[in-house]
Design a protein around this ligand. Structure first.
Ligand SMILES: N[C@@H](CCC(=O)N[C@@H](CS)C(=O)NCC(=O)O)C(=O)O
Length: 233
């Protein structure tokens, strides 16, 4: 049995089976990227639900795994050279899982980098901009009731990013063409989430992005991806 005692996070959230991947997450757009990838890859894993706040993401045990105090994070007991490895940042975790299994990332060098471009586009663009849009549109709407500028700024940038996706997906089934990759897995939970979590479908004018909407439906129709959206319960 793998000894994970050097990871303080396992003291607060003990592993039932320390020989399989330990996921620390919540079913948010960033969190579900990892559970979706694990489901699509068919890897064995144990999911721990980590709440926001001092007892969860900001606890010393969790921060010892992710110094940034945010989900998702993961321990793979069978990492490089067969040794346990801890990881944080959803994009890095997706790349790690894809490289570990040789799936969800093209094998050719050019295709691999093209996929990473779209993963980074999500990590640096869609995630932060949609997140700020949601903050001002929904969660802090009362704080900006007299000033529409913050919401409009992030709404307009989010719509611009959607138009970039629309161009890409007009001629492709998935972001990389014929194959479903970590670029799709990184991105679709955010497009879904801006509607499901923020109620932003009209504000972001989803109806004017038909190729993105059709792609989102294709992503949601994949049983493993749909299952990953609900984890951790
Ligand atoms: N860039 C990070 C962002 C992670 C992130 O923002 N996670 C949020 C949930 S979606 C979180 O844990 N928030 C807790 C907090 O802000 O205290 C990633 O992609 O992993």
């Amino acid at each position: 049995m793998t000894d994970l005692s050097s990871f303080p996070v396992t003291k607060k959230w003990p592993a039932k089976n320390p020989d399989i991947i330990q996921l620390y997450s919540l079913p948010t757009p960033n969190g579900v990227k990892v559970s979706i990838a694990l489901e699509e890859l068919g890897l064995a894993y144990e999911a721990h639900r980590i709440e926001f706040g001092a007892e969860g993401v900001k606890s010393p045990e969790f921060v010892s795994l992710n110094p940034n105090g945010r989900i998702p994070a993961l321990i793979d007991p069978n990492g490089p050279d067969g040794k346990p490895i801890g990881l944080f940042e959803s994009g890095a975790i997706l790349v790690y899982l894809a490289e570990k299994t040789g799936k969800l990332l093209p094998a050719d060098v050019a295709g691999r980098y093209e996929t990473l471009c779209w993963v980074m586009f999500q990590m640096g663009g869609i995630g932060p901009m949609f997140g700020q849009f949601g903050h001002f549109f929904k969660y802090a709407a009362d704080k900006v009731a007299n000033n529409s500028y913050p919401m409009e700024r992030y709404r307009d940038e989010s719509k611009r990013l959607l138009s970039v996706l629309e161009e890409r997906l007009k001629t492709r089934k998935w972001l990389m063409g014929e194959d479903y990759t970590i670029a799709d897995i990184a991105t679709f939970p955010w497009v879904r989430g801006a509607d499901v979590f923020y109620g932003g479908r009209e504000a972001l004018d989803y109806a004017s992005f038909p190729a993105v909407m059709a792609w989102l439906e294709r992503c949601l129709a994949r049983p493993a991806s749909a299952k990953g959206l609900e984890i951790p319960a």
